[in-house]
Ligand binder design. Sequence first.
Ligand code: C2O
Ligand code: CU
Ligand code: CU
Length: 526
Amino acid sequence: MNRKQFLKNSAKGVTLTTLVPSLVFCSTDGQQKTISGNYRVNSDFEPDVDLELTATPSELQLFPGNPTNIYSYQSKLLKGENASLEKLPDSYLGPVVRVRNGQKIRVRFKNQLPHESVIHWHGLHIPPEMDGHPMYAIENGKQYIYEFEVNNRPGTYWFHPHPDKITGPQVYQGLAGMFIVEGVNEDLPSGEYDIPLIIQDRTFDNNNQLVYLQNSRMGQMQGFLGKQIIVNGSPEQIMEVSKATYRFRVLNGSNSRIYKLAWSDGSDVTVIGTDGGLLEKPIKKNYLMLAPGQRAEIWKDFSEAKNTDEIQLESLAFNSGTSMGMGGGMMGGMMQSEDTQNGNAFNVARFKITKNEGEIKTLPASFSPIKKTDAVKAVNSNSPRQFYFYNQRMQWVINGETFGMTEVADWEKVKLGTTEIWEFINGDDGRGMGMMQDMMRMPHPVHLHGLQFQIIDRDVSGMESAVWETIKDGFMDEGWQDTFLLMPGMKVKIVMKFKDFKGTYVYHCHNLEHEDMGMMRNYEVV
Ligand code: C2O
Ligand code: CU
Ligand code: CU
């Protein structure tokens, strides 16, 4: 280890300031409300869509035999068009909420779980106190009212719990749903041809019960990887489709599994949208990497299928570049067993073409233009902030730090209204505490709350080429993003503008076990 570097880095890490945890906050209209206990609805807020979401233990008949114990969001539409709320039949997953830009949304969240919880609206640009920061988690029996205006681009967003240290198990047991901001005048497949595909992996025991991590530190370090792929919260993997054109809204809702998506008939994966909505124009790829938290909208025309009535969406094998310690040592040995590494091949979903007639659409040559955020105008364009994601003494850290509920370091404070470039590096780059740390490497899906950003650079010069070669065609760096995959040795630069809202948001690794371990920090817009 380079001692000078270490001292410099630890000095950088100790200037932490603490926010006063506040029980009172201001809503956007300036009214004060108390969030301890039952929070009242704001009578000045006129919602277009008013929903009730209750997180509760429940059970569901997923397999023959015993029902499976799950957690689920029970939903009720109190106000709004019927299409605003769509329940997924026979699924443990939460509803699909469909709204439009400009609509005002109220969600009355009730917690009936035996633990605290909070709902995070992944990808939405909303005030901090509406975003589901872990500091706003509520106990069993309490209610939290979310009220916000949708100001995101049309696109595929989602929601899930975000309590400190227990996000992984709550999502795993079934808590997640899709939040679609619908476009107007889009000439794209719609209605029955516009289909969510939420991909997750789960392990069930002989009694049909979900099996999570067995409380092992190494298991958490690695992240949970299930033995079986579940699409849309139900083990039924065959979907009947027509010879028609589909828009699949694909969400990787897995805790830690990364997918390398491809069609079994060898046709291209046609991507039309990313985390933050439609691309400027469709992009064809031979496969697509999709990390936990990411979304991709995929265009598929089954009328082009030749000599087959079944096409599968597959996840191809790849090299994740994971290394978890000394080769041949105890942990090295443990980590070599099959299902503890990302990168195994899976069959994700089967599409059986059972109907001959259906709506066939022509792939548009372009969608609406995306204005590039001007990186040259960034206040730190010459010296981007750097965020090192690495392992330190059996703990995943960001710049040597772990999550503190209200902790914000100087290097995590940004100014409202400014544009910045942030650089994320997977590796310790000499910051670690010796040889061991350097040998522990894993992919980290990096996610920032509260905004959408653009990727301006992906530097792979520090990667093992054996890893890069197996994934290199699968990255979608165009368009708007809120989550990206940071492979071992990789460096990614993003540009974004901090606008509209002051306050504290989190950024973290979206491997939910890493997040729960504390690979998460606050940033504050001041
Ligand atoms: Cu989907 Cu903080 O995460
Ligand atoms: Cu998020
Ligand atoms: Cu991670």
